[in-house]
Design a binder for this molecule. Sequence first.
Ligand SMILES: [Zn+2]
Length: 242
Amino acid sequence: MESTWIGSPNFTKGRKRVTHITLHVMGGYLAGTDATFKDPSVQASATYGIGADGTIHQYVSEQDTAWADSNSFSNSTGISIEHEGGIPKAQFTDACAEASAQLCAYISRRYNLGPLVHNGTIGNVYLHREIPGTDHPDCPDRAPNGIDVEQIITRANEILQGEDELSAKDIYDTRDQDGRNLFDHAHQILDDLPIQTRNALIETRGNDGRNVLDGVIQARNQIQTLQESVDQLTELVKQLQK
Ligand SMILES: [Zn+2]
């Protein structure tokens, strides 16, 4: 996840365990937010801010408490994300939503938040306007060009779910430090086995009548064929684009 460190003097050192993400809208542009959070007299910050082109800026370390939610408990248990928009001239864009979804998924994975749920302050995604003590009744979704909360959550959950599904191609593409993939390793392990164990493995039969070795070789061949088709298609697309 690429983000640029901007920093802010407005934070409290340390934090409690992360249990949620709070979504905000800047009411302006990313550059203005950079300037605001750099100013110590403002007494405000957020962990992250995202621009209309999907650029992510970071103001406060995830290890520390940003001053974002108008509620110190929410600040100390959450990671806050500002989004460009919230005024008639500043758009909330698809690129911003995509970057936000990627960032939310990245946060959820690292703090074990699970699938993202917005349900007031019961779920793991809070909106600034819902937090007790807030003085921002429009943040983040009720201001002009406010953010699309559902778009971000739906996409983040898509990303989180996709990560759970490892495809055969993913396995084929894995590379160990020695440049070999898992299938190479499986073959090597079989090669290294004492001859009797190896024979026993070859003699085992699955429900389809194939032994373990056949299964590995067949899977490998299927994936190679698949990879060749992908390469051919990629080449075709390149030629068509010319
Ligand atoms: Zn806010």
